[in-house]
Design a protein around this ligand. Sequence first.
Ligand code: OAD
Length: 229
Amino acid sequence: MATIVVLSGSGLSAESGLPTFRDAAGLWKQHPWQELASPEGWRRNPELVLEFYNERRAKAWAAQPNEAHRAIAALEQKFDVAVITQNVDALHERAGSTVVLHVHGELAWARGTGPSRKRQCLEGAPIHLGHTCGEGTQLRPDIVWFGEETRYMDEAREIVALADKVLVVGTSLTVYPAAGLVEFARNDAERVVNSLDLDEIPAGFRFLAGKATDIVPKVVAHWMSGTAP
Ligand code: OAD
């Protein structure tokens, strides 16, 4: 069975009502990431960090997968598909995708701050100061902050390097190392990138400008019918 890898970012969930990071109304335009998404910010003001992620978690849990998430899930009818996502929402899984690597963590989960990092599923529920994991340490969002290690990177590089087709969607490709994954794609793989706009198109990729809910279902329809997008 041919293999497909989908590399997704926040633009994919924009039409589900979740904000991106660097667009005009993006999260990091409104809130400094140093305060909200770094170990230093957490040490300085954990209450503020919890409040920020509690709000995002509740919104992400209330959001629904869109046509693009659903089209990506439908690819599994014909292909061996892996999704590598920088998104912390669960919209890929909720649309039906079964192999999803969250390289920046997951909003729906909390983890302890002790060495074992014991995880606990919250779905859309908040974390408050004093909330502890089974081992007695304060819970924090199970999110990868700036300065922390991105997850599953070895596995992700291998998946990208083996894929017959690569679809990149909704990411500005500015945050490394996840953005560097596109460089591992095979030269003979069919490589497509969809976004509203992009400063730099990765080498060997075809750029399809437009909304994910317009473009992704079309790419998927082509791939399912065996034609080039
Ligand atoms: P960005 O905000 O950097 O980029 C979003 C991309 O999505 C842009 O290229 C937009 O043009 C595109 N876009 C917006 N709406 C779209 C739509 N409806 N259809 C298609 N494309 C659309 O977000 P990411 O690349 O996901 O990390 O950011 C990556 C990481 O940076 C995040 O995981 C987060 C952030 O800092 C951490 O928090 C560690």
